[in-house]
Ligand binder design. Structure first.
Ligand SMILES: [Zn+2]
Length: 180
């Protein structure tokens, strides 16, 4: 015997729901490209302090809704560390999928300062001294960029270091010089 739930016909639930102005605007801003192609695959650290800053930075460049994303502790350090070899496999599988599914043309790597994963995997206090910290990320991101270029020569690579205030240093040129 029916006890009145679920309601039948189920029109009351589905037909009375209307999109609000806010969700309609958000949907339009983040709408995927019609051909399912997007600009980039973003690799960033899991750190909760910078999740919003990473989105805001990419949105400020007009990339909202135009990137795939893989988040691993440490970003490039998480991919390249000897202690996380399975993460590298995960990363490369995502690169392949992002290319196949969404025709990405670029990998944007966003490491950040005061990174706990850097301290855990590199084995020294990365935040002690800013120049030394930058150099660690330059070397690691440079090695990753070199590897990306070997595996996927047609992909561009951007290497960025974010500070805790959300500001971004572009290390693309110095990192690649260091990594080669
Ligand atoms: Zn981190």
């Amino acid at each position: 015997m029916r006890n009145g739930w679920p309601p039948w016909p189920p029109t009351t639930i589905f037909l009375t729901e209307k999109p609000t102005m806010i969700s309609a605007v958000a949907r339009r801003e983040a709408a995927p490209e019609p051909n399912h192609a997007v600009e980039a695959l973003v690799l960033n650290c899991m750190d909760y302090r910078l999740i919003g800053a990473v989105y805001n930075y990419l949105a400020s460049r007009g990339l909202a809704g135009k990137y795939d994303q893989i988040t691993l502790a440490g970003g490039a350090i998480g991919v390249m560390s000897d202690q996380t070899t399975e993460w590298a496999n995960t990363f490369w599988q995502h690169v392949t999928l992002a290319k196949d599914l969404h025709d990405v043309r670029k990998v944007i790597v966003i490491d950040h300062r005061d990174c706990g994963a850097c301290k855990a995997f590199v084995g020294k206090d990365c935040a002690d001294e800013r120049d030394g910290e930058r150099q660690i990320h330059e070397e690691c991101m440079g090695s990753l960029a070199k590897e990306i270029k070997i595996r996927e020569p047609d992909l561009d690579v951007e290497l960025l270091l974010m500070d805790l205030d959300g500001s971004v240093e572009d290390l693309s040129r110095t990192s690649r010089a260091t990594g080669q």
